[in-house]
Design a protein. Structure first.
Length: 318
């Protein structure tokens, strides 16, 4: 009998968790020939999410829960679930029901046949998203796929059904700064994608603001590409050439009085131009120092070797 582990990151999900529990158990109980466990990972929720988890765990042996000592983020929550999942197959999905549990039987049959190691999901469109967020999301995928050797599927969700072999490969990557969309692609394995329409949350509100998504995108670019560092080299080279040509021009000007050829370039205009160029160069220097600092900060966090998360409470046997 195959064991399917369902990993569910949760943050302030008290309103939607009862709806999720009813639907996921209904779907899993209808699949013949399997056993299952549902791993609810409480990522430092401030509402009654943990109390609801305890309640379900006490009445249903299939429900397991992990509760962090504070909010660590979705990536650590997914990692904690994968590390504690015992199944032959592992599913990651959100509790807000934007990831329909009814797809799990179809995913199971597809992976069980052996042709695929993973069934992932990707959004069909971004019709329900704010236009500005949709525009930035499209640009993010376009940029990262140009500068990274790892393909990041446009619109891919975290909702996916994976074999134990693929999950073990993911867990073999012990990095502190995690970007799962990239990790899922980097480890390889044959993946089939199902397209989903974007739907609203069943209840509650999302904790993902535009700023958080922007920072997450930066983490993804830094985690899977060094191209931003190469930009500083390129611009440095260009400005060295400009500086060399400017110096050469100044020397020639002193010799043959080239200003006579440029009567429209007054002293004031030249001063404004000089200040503008200095501001541009100074801004670029600060920009690339910032990019370098981001990479150094990631190295710093990796070198500290702090735990990705800390578990305060769990009903999982260790």
């Amino acid at each position: 009998m195959d064991l399917i582990s369902i990993v569910v990151p949760c943050y302030n999900e008290q309103e939607v968790l009862p709806l999720f529990y009813d639907r996921i158990t209904q779907v899993l109980n209808a699949i013949s020939g399997i056993d299952y466990e549902v791993l609810l990972v409480n990522d430092g929720s401030k509402d009654k999410t943990l109390s609801i988890m305890r309640e379900y765990a006490n009445k249903d042996k299939h429900i397991k829960y992990i509760s962090f000592s504070r909010n660590f983020g979705k990536e650590p929550a997914m990692l904690a679930g994968l590390q504690n999942a015992k199944g032959d197959y592992i599913v990651i999905l959100d509790a807000d029901l934007q990831h329909p549990p009814e797809l799990i039987p179809q995913m199971y049959e597809t992976v069980k046949d052996g042709e695929y190691d993973c069934v992932g999901t990707r959004r069909l469109d971004r019709a329900s998203e704010p236009p500005i967020r949709s525009w930035f999301a499209k640009k993010f995928y376009k940029i990262i796929n140009r500068i990274s050797q790892t393909e990041i599927i446009d619109g891919a969700h975290d909702y996916r059904f994976m074999t134990r072999q693929m999950v073990d490969a993911i867990l073999a990557m012990p990095e502190y700064n995690r970007f799962s969309k990239g990790i899922f692609s980097w480890v390889g394995f044959k993946t089939k994608y199902i397209e989903l329409k974007n739907v609203e949350r069943a209840a509650g509100s999302t904790s993902w603001s535009f700023w958080k998504l922007f920072l997450y995108a930066i983490d993804g670019i830094v985690a899977f590409s060094t191209a931003p560092l190469m930009l500083s080299v390129l611009f440095g080279f260009v400005f060295c050439i400009i500086g060399f040509l400017g110096t050469l021009f100044a020397i020639i000007d002193k010799i043959v009085s080239l200003y006579s050829w440029l009567p429209y370039l007054s002293k004031h205009a030249f001063g404004v131009l000089l200040i503008s160029v200095m501001c541009l160069i100074g801004g670029l220097i600060m920009l690339f120092m910032g990019i370098t600092s981001i990479y150094i900060s990631k190295i710093y966090m990796e070198a500290k070797a702090r735990p990705v998360f800390i578990i305060r409470e769990s009903n999982i046997d260790r």
